[in-house]
Design a protein around this ligand. Structure first.
Ligand SMILES: O=C(O)CCC(=O)C(=O)O
Ligand SMILES: [Fe+2]
Length: 203
């Protein structure tokens, strides 16, 4: 199993290092982002307790359907007014990063969209691509993890199929992963609740 290039979010040239890793390998791990992940975690748990999250569907428009056998997470978009300041700040941070990546990769990324996601124990997300068949607007996929002290034995890895082989990413709080949206990936079922933010840079 190959490892992904790793970028320290605190380093001055972090966006340049991310852009280089994405161009070379199609994916990278980012350590130290989101810096304020405990605040995001609290916000997500509050929203989950208030019943604001909704079971996620698969497909688009006419083919849209609830398929808990395919994906078991419940989600809420970060631009929803019920989300707290931490969500708004993080969305702004992702948007700034969009600009930085654009300057280096010329991908014409126009916007970023992001949602909170909570996977109950035992649920996952079967192998898929984030690009819809009829809509290639999603160029880069981003996932930030909001879990305290994750062990490999907890399961719940993100498995990404890169050109260099399959890579498993542990969903540890305060780390993120970015990859080309055309790459196939899956979320393996976890023994405990698994919290994250999934985002897409779109053209
Ligand atoms: O949570 C993850 O690690 C990936 C989630 C995902 O693939 C998606 O929401 O499309
Ligand atoms: Fe995905």
């Amino acid at each position: 199993m190959t490892a992904l290039p790793e970028v320290d979010a605190a380093q001055r040239q972090a966006p340049a290092a991310m852009a280089e890793a994405l161009a070379d390998r199609g994916a990278c791990r980012i350590v130290g982002m989101p810096a304020r992940w405990p605040a995001l975690r609290s916000d997500l748990l509050r929203l989950r307790d208030e019943g604001a999250l909704q079971a996620a569907s698969v497909g688009r428009d006419r083919t849209r359907a609830l398929r808990p056998d395919v994906r078991g997470d419940s989600t809420l978009w970060l631009h929803d007014p019920r989300c707290g300041d931490a969500a708004r700040d993080f969305l702004a941070e992702l948007d700034a990063l969009r600009g930085e990546l654009n300057q280096r990769l010329y991908l014409g990324l126009h916007e970023v969209e992001a949602h909170y996601a909570a996977y109950p124990p035992g649920s996952g997300y079967a192998r898929h691509r984030d690009r819809f068949r009829d809509d290639d607007a999603r160029v880069l996929s981003w996932v930030s993890y909001l879990n305290e002290g994750w062990n490999e034995s907890d399961g719940g890895a993100l498995r990404v199929l890169t050109d260099d082989g399959q890579v498993d990413v542990t969903p540890l709080g305060g780390t993120s992963v970015c990859f080309l949206s055309e790459l196939e990936h899956e979320v393996l079922p976890a023994a405990r609740e698994r919290l994250s933010i999934a985002a897409w840079f779109r053209r």
